[in-house]
Design a protein around this ligand. Sequence first.
Ligand SMILES: [Zn+2]
Length: 723
Amino acid sequence: MTKIRDFFSGATNFIGRISHIIRISALIAVMLALAFMCVIRLLQIQVVDAGKYTHHRTQTFTAEQMVPAVRGQIFDSHGRKLNTNQIVYKAIVQRAFLPFDEENDVIAGVLHILMKHDHEWLDEIPITINPNHETGLFQFKNAPDVSEDELAHFKSKLGLNYDATVENCIKALADNYRIDTDKYDEQMIRYIGGVRYEMELKDFSFKNRYVFAEDISMDVIIELKEKALLLKGVDVVEEPIRLYNDPTVMPYLRGRINAINEQQYAELKDSGYSLNDSIGFFGLEESFEPVLKGEHGIIEMTRDASWETISVKVTQEVKAGNSIKLTIDSDFQRTLDEILANHINWHNYTNGTRLRKVHTKATAGSIVVLEVKTGRILGMSNYPSYNLDDYVDLMIADAAGDSPFEYKPLLNRSTGHGYRPGSSFKTVTGTAGLIHGVVERGSAVSCGGQYRIYSDFQPYCWNRGGHGAMNSLTALLHSCNVYYYDVGRRLGIERLSGTAIDLFGVGTDLNCDIKMYPGRMTTPEIMEELMSRPLWEGDTIQAAIGQSENQLTPLHMATVAMTIANGGIRYRPYLVDSVWDYEMNTLINETQPQIIADMSEGNEAAFQAVQDGMRMLGNRDIGAGMLRGLPGLFAYKTGTPEIIKDQLYDSTVLGYYPYDDPQIAYAVVLEGGEYSSWVIRNIIDAYFYDCYEPAMNADGNVTTHWLSWSSPARTRQPKAIER
Ligand SMILES: [Zn+2]
């Protein structure tokens, strides 16, 4: 009984827990229409047996049964299975074969078998066993497991008021479902009532079967079969459940499926969904739901009075869902995760190396890597991250505000969170200034450390001593604020925001195959909306250096870098390389690179100047040792956006490599951290040379981010690899 009690006290998501239970079945290689075939196989055994009873038959029953489709799989770019299926045995109940006055006896019979073998079943009603028996046998579940609203909803479903006691609810279960209180003890009444309540929620009917328990063991199967005559309407079928391989690899992109809820069902019932179905809950499982889900089949079954199957007819063929292949190689993705986690660990471990007077803890971060000439997303890393199998538990804990979730591990920072870009945005402003001709490549703007054009707003350059004469290249190299204040003023908000939005996609949904936060660009409308005031000229020049209300996701930042690397061509960043049939034998559709914006023509000189400015920064860091030994030239721009004045800064970098024939564009964001550019070397090493070997101390902490090519500690000679 312990197991059952645990289940009632902590029950959250049956599907989520089921994966921990004994796995009994093997994956079947050809899974097309598999669910259907397995049902047939079990039934055939019965059909054969049924032959000898033919002459006893006096009456037959015929009913239709839905056969669930097997859901399409999610593969990485090398065809490794990520989200896939595992075949398990399920105990199901069919209305057509369940006599109307015997429901409770049949349910009690199945419950006895499940309890005897210590097996769980689906039961989510908010009543649990009271650990203190003196105050009653039962109690209501509390938050965070069950909210006040959910409890009130449950009571109203039973036809009770919100102030009904737990005893009232048990009585209502017994009354509503006509459970014989002389025949069953209170605990059994609670359990039978729980199953009946779930059956009602899941629209158990002639059309919809009910899944009593999933992943049942052979002991349970044998006993159910032995008692088949008593347990009319109960059947065992082999069917798939979702399996998440490598559950820590990009969980936020792959997503999960969940049981359909009442609201979703109301919206989708006309598209062939039933209340027994699962549906993509977030990530690609959600956005590719129509591709992955497949189509249910229907079979017509006839049984005789002794519960033997006489015939099975397919009236609608089941159709497996299609599978999708991602643009991301899960090995490279894992290395990116390691790079990001190591950098954050290093940052917090070596607080003696700080640049700024206020050292803060790096709490979170993101890395995004794109293929420059297509827009393919090659990697997308978040820190902190999580295990896909723990998602439901984490979500509940997160909603309850538990402390380990302070840094929101479930948030997909790469696409779901907007950051102030800070100075890395100067690449956007610089491009806009050159395209619109308010400055030319060599036009000089003098920095005296402060911008004094306006009488009432005179912001400083970060270098209060002044940079002297700056042009489009040196201003990027030195990250001179005054130069970009002036370019911003000359452009005005309309041209600045117009270029940011239309060319670079800032403040727009980039349509990257999963739901994303569009971010925002500072505009008069945004200022009205957020601040209830008109946009001031001071806002424009602040927006020009990546402050004010600009918010970009790391994916937006990488997209900016990709667009510059392409000389003004922005591709749609995408995650799904292709759609295949279930087993990935036949290609159905291959994603083609899609140009969203193209301002390359006539602007060659403008993009060349921005590229060269970004290259100068890369050149300087080769000298500093960070990139020494790597072939080619580098182009990037960093930023340290201020989050809380003089207290908290983020760190951003966006760029591409190699400068003369760009292959990858990247963005790195660290919350509360510094030196995001230090991981550029690691990203290039990992992507082009399959090599990432940070130097570690005895405690396993990273001491330096990279080992030089000549270092004997490098165990292998790196070699450029084909990707
Ligand atoms: Zn300056």
